[in-house]
Design a protein around this ligand. Structure first.
Ligand SMILES: Nc1ncnc2c1ncn2[C@@H]1O[C@H](COP(=O)(O)OP(=O)(O)O)[C@@H](O)[C@H]1O
Ligand SMILES: [Mg+2]
Length: 153
């Protein structure tokens, strides 16, 4: 059962959902962002980063696989495993250490690194629905449940 289900009519609504989640994120949390290409995963990450005070352009890390953001309140790694096909590469690239108690990790296309990633505290599943997007948010750990507790957005 998802902890939260929403219909997001426009991209602005996706940014706003990210902004509402941002203050609830704590270092050490792992957030999976799932959904087909164009579902709004990077837009949600943008909403989170802007609300955490990042004023630059949020790039889609498809080619680099990961971008690090040093924000005033926390460190955030934004992964995108779209172009990833061998979970063993994760070890070779030294990504494991990014999943530390010091940083929030947002992960697009976690399915492509299945088995090599730590489990998610929160899973956000997005789907194209007409001109808008459906989103379901699941809490998989106690940390995740606490994060979403009384989330009113
Ligand atoms: N709720 C929404 N309704 C309509 N369009 C959206 C919504 N959220 C995001 N978009 C748009 O969908 C497109 C793809 O978004 P993006 O975040 O890059 O998807 P993904 O990272 O899942 O591939 C962008 O043009 C974005 O503005
Ligand atoms: Mg993306």
């Amino acid at each position: 059962m998802p902890q939260l289900t929403r219909f997001l009519p426009t991209a602005e609504d996706t940014l706003a959902l990210g902004a509402a989640l941002a203050p609830r994120l704590e270092p050490g949390m792992v957030v999976y962002l799932s959904g087909e290409l164009g579902a709004g995963k990077t837009t949600l990450a943008r909403g989170i980063l802007k609300a955490l005070g990042y004023t630059g352009k949020v790039k889609s890390p498809s080619f680099a696989l990961v971008e690090l953001y040093k924000l005033s309140r926390l460190y955030l790694y934004h992964f995108d495993f779209y172009r990833f096909n061998d979970p063993r590469e994760l070890e070779e690239a030294g990504f494991r250490e990014h999943f530390s108690p010091d940083a929030v990790c947002l992960v697009e296309w976690p399915e492509n690194a299945a088995g090599a990633l730590p489990p998610a505290d929160i899973r956000i599943e997005m789907r194209i629905a007409g001109t808008g997007r459906d989103v379901e948010i699941y809490a998989d750990t106690e940390t995740g449940r606490l994060c979403l507790k009384r989330f009113k957005h």
